[in-house]
Design a protein. Structure first.
Length: 355
């Protein structure tokens, strides 16, 4: 909840005459500096954005690999090498104790303490006023009273245990698997009246799980393609991973279109300065809108071309090789003899004409 408590002027600056032509001149000068600086930023964004469609086209479909695997009991995976989908029970190695509430056999808990606090926040607001025929830029400092729940980082904490999965020891943290087990809230106490709220969430262990893993001689390889512990079924796991992969791929494509649209607009900034010759802002605004739409279309085309060239580069190489072979074979074919177009000589006197 926010409530304004004070507002005061901290700065005033005379910009110049309030005459429309004078305003147009100031806006044109400011846009010149912005256009030329934005041009170089646009070039930088243009080249950096190539990484997004390139990465999107090379998205690994781990869900497809997992979908081809048969579920194997972890007891049968001793000495196994290759990609596997193991079934077993995830047992925590350490006996974690939650600060509030009761829970046992848990892989992790998250204890959150929040305080309902009121504090003062400040920010500046700027607007332009007309005084005595002059444009005056006025900066005001606004104080707001903000009341909301704030996490007490000193008291809140999160703890994890390593997990025993058959003969495998799964470490918590970056070296371990992704724990695709949902948080369950087991305790919540407090409200705005008490000004304090405590929440406990856990990841439950001791339940049947699946482990998507890549192994060598019965152990986890150093850098597996996938390493994920889940309480989902195989079909649910494949569906979840496919949604995540497709969502990430489309997010990169959308971001590349947005960034290339920005880049093209910035690079065209100096050329757009010609529209400043029109004192009427609507004319320049309409032209910029058209150019912006064209930049958007160019961004879509650039993204599509980059994506296709990256994903189907082998098809393009085959087409180029095939075209080259066709041209070489055609060039090596012997040319056809041209027909003799010469007419027979005139017959001698007394000889019958041919034909």
């Amino acid at each position: 909840m926010r409530r304004e408590v004070s507002r005061r002027v901290v700065n005033e600056k005379v910009l110049g005459s309030a005459n429309p032509m004078a305003r147009w001149g100031r806006d044109s000068k400011q846009s010149c500096f912005g256009a030329f600086s934005g041009f170089f930023i646009g070039i930088l964004i243009f080249f950096l954005t190539f990484m997004l469609p390139f990465s999107a086209a090379r998205t690994e479909k781990d869900s497809r690999d997992i979908g081809k695997l048969d579920v194997m009991k972890v007891e049968d995976a001793s000495g196994f090498s290759g990609k596997a989908l193991l079934s077993g029970t995830a047992e925590p190695v350490e006996q974690l104790r939650v600060p509030r509430g009761t829970a046992s056999n848990i892989i992790a808990f998250r204890y959150t303490v929040e305080k309902y606090e009121t504090r003062i926040e400040e920010h500046d607001e700027t607007h332009t006023e007309v005084r005595n025929g002059k444009d005056v830029q006025v900066t005001e400092r606004v104080q707001e009273e903000v009341t909301e729940w704030v996490t007490d980082k000193d008291r809140s904490r999160e703890e994890w245990s390593d997990v025993r999965f058959g003969h495998l020891l799964l470490e918590s943290g970056s070296a371990g698997p992704r724990f695709d087990i949902p948080w369950q809230e087991i305790f919540r106490e407090g409200d705005e009246g008490t000004k304090l709220r405590e929440t406990v969430e856990i990841k439950q262990g001791g339940q049947p799980c699946l482990l998507a893993i890549e192994m060598k001689d019965g152990n986890v390889v150093a850098e597996p393609d996938f390493f994920r512990l889940t309480d989902k079924t195989k079909d649910q796991l494949v569906s979840t991973m496919d949604s995540e992969e497709e969502g990430g791929r489309w997010m990169k494509i959308v971001f590349s279109v947005i960034l290339w649209t920005i880049a093209f607009n910035l690079m065209l900034g100096p050329a757009m300065l010609m529209f400043n010759i029109f004192p009427v802002k609507q004319v320049g605004g309409c032209a910029r809108g058209i150019v912006g739409f064209m930049a958007f279309l160019a961004a879509i085309v650039t993204t599509w071309i980059t994506y296709v060239l990256t994903k189907f580069w082998w098809v393009i190489v085959l087409l180029i090789v095939g075209l080259a072979v066709f041209m070489v074979v055609r060039a090596m074919q012997p040319g056809k003899a041209e027909p003799d177009m010469d007419l027979d000589d005139d017959p001698e006197p007394g000889e019958p004409a041919a034909g």
